[in-house]
Design a protein around this ligand. Structure first.
Ligand code: PMP
Length: 353
């Protein structure tokens, strides 16, 4: 820490992203990326756009918001795009949460409390129930704004849409932000509900189901007045927040529905098979509708499992949160990658006997 660091920043505990090793030898199941490449139309669009990199990108990201609006059947004015959904979430926390505070599940995306400390927002963790489920009724009387990931981060458990609606309906004077980073792997999006509830913001990303984690594209859908408020923060911070390549990639990805459906169907099928095999090996597997599984084995601790797999060339994620420290989180890769993961896992368990 330098002697120049602001005291407010010195006390921050930043978010720690999963490892991104330079060594391509690992089977990488640690940051919930897609194991499949971007669609061929994305690659062609990015190549064509690279000719124009001399020029700034469109600050309104109009082509991208039009493609998103068309996909979801909402107005273009109901959409804002960002440099990954992390940026969109940061804009939202900054725009709306100062006075209200943020109520979030106690086990969820680790960035929510970090945004709270960055922007001086009160963080109110609401416990998941004993089965790691979000209890919608626990949010009804909460006065803070609410942020839930659905399916929830780390657990993968999906909260049915009627429960999301119940939370949004119960108190129209507080915002409900639904982070749907993983919704395309078996959940149902709350986007249509944004037409009915002026206090609901749905956030999504191109990083998981649209193969663009490195392209950094995310977006939010909400009532136009909320989108305009988010734009006030964006234009006070980084008007050209999505670069030309991100806009081109995002547009092409949104338009290639066939490729999107093919990739997510493969991941859903692989997830089912892997969950079944892990249960046979004696793992507790939380019921996931995401592109990852949170798993625990009585015979081996979470950290130990993570290390043993890493030694064998498979990277998974171990999260230190008290309630899930006995688990590891395993991204769903290709079938071949998951076969190696299952084989190495069985080996590790065999050696413990
Ligand atoms: N929300 C959740 C729940 C996530 O797990 C992630 C990925 N780490 C994000 C948002 C951010 O994704 P991105 O910034 O890549 O869009």
């Amino acid at each position: 820490m330098s002697r120049f660091l602001d005291v407010g920043v010195a006390s921050l505990v930043p978010y720690v992203p999963g490892e991104q090793p330079k060594d391509a030898g690992y089977i990488k199941l640690n940051t919930n990326e897609s194991p499949y490449p971007p669609s061929p139309s994305v690659i062609a669009a990015v190549k064509a756009e690279s000719e124009k990199l001399r020029l700034y990108s469109d600050p309104e990201t109009s082509d991208l918001t039009a493609a998103i609006a068309e996909f979801y059947g909402v107005g273009q004015k109901n959409v804002i795009a960002g440099n990954g959904s992390d940026e969109i979430l940061a804009f939202i926390f900054k725009a709306f949460f100062g006075e209200k505070g943020a109520a979030c599940p106690d086990v969820s995306y680790g960035f929510y409390p970090v945004f709270c400390s960055l922007f001086g927002i009160k963080y109110n963790p609401v416990p998941l129930d004993e089965n790691f489920m979000i209890d919608a009724s626990a949010y009804v009387d909460v006065m803070d704004n609410i942020v839930i990931a659905n399916p929830n981060a780390q657990t993968g458990i999906y909260l049915p849409l009627d429960k999301v609606e119940e939370i949004a309906r119960s108190r129209p004077d507080r915002l409900v932000v639904v982070d749907e980073a993983y919704v395309d792997f078996g959940g149902e999006t709350a986007v249509p509900l944004t037409k009915k509830y002026g206090n609901l913001i749905v956030v999504q990303t191109f990083s998981k189901s649209r193969q663009l984690a490195g392209g950094r594209v995310g977006f939010a859908v909400a009532d136009e007045s909320l989108i305009n408020d988010i734009k006030t923060v964006k234009y006070s911070f980084n008007p050209y927040n999505v670069g030309r390549l991100g806009i081109a990639a995002g547009c092409a990805a949104m338009k290639d529905r066939e490729y999107f459906d093919a990739c997510r169907s493969k991941i859903i099928a692989t997830r089912g098979r892997v969950a079944y095999e892990l249960a046979k090996l004696g793992f507790t597997v939380l019921p996931s509708k995401a592109n990852f599984l949170l798993i625990r084995h009585g015979g081996v601790g979470g950290e130990e499992m993570y290390r043993a797999l890493k030694q064998r060339g498979v990277l998974v994620r171990h999260l230190k949160d008290e309630r899930i420290k006995d688990f590891v989180r395993v991204t769903i890769g290709t079938d071949d990658e998951m076969d190696v993961f299952l084989k190495k896992t069985a080996e590790i368990l065999g050696e413990l006997k």
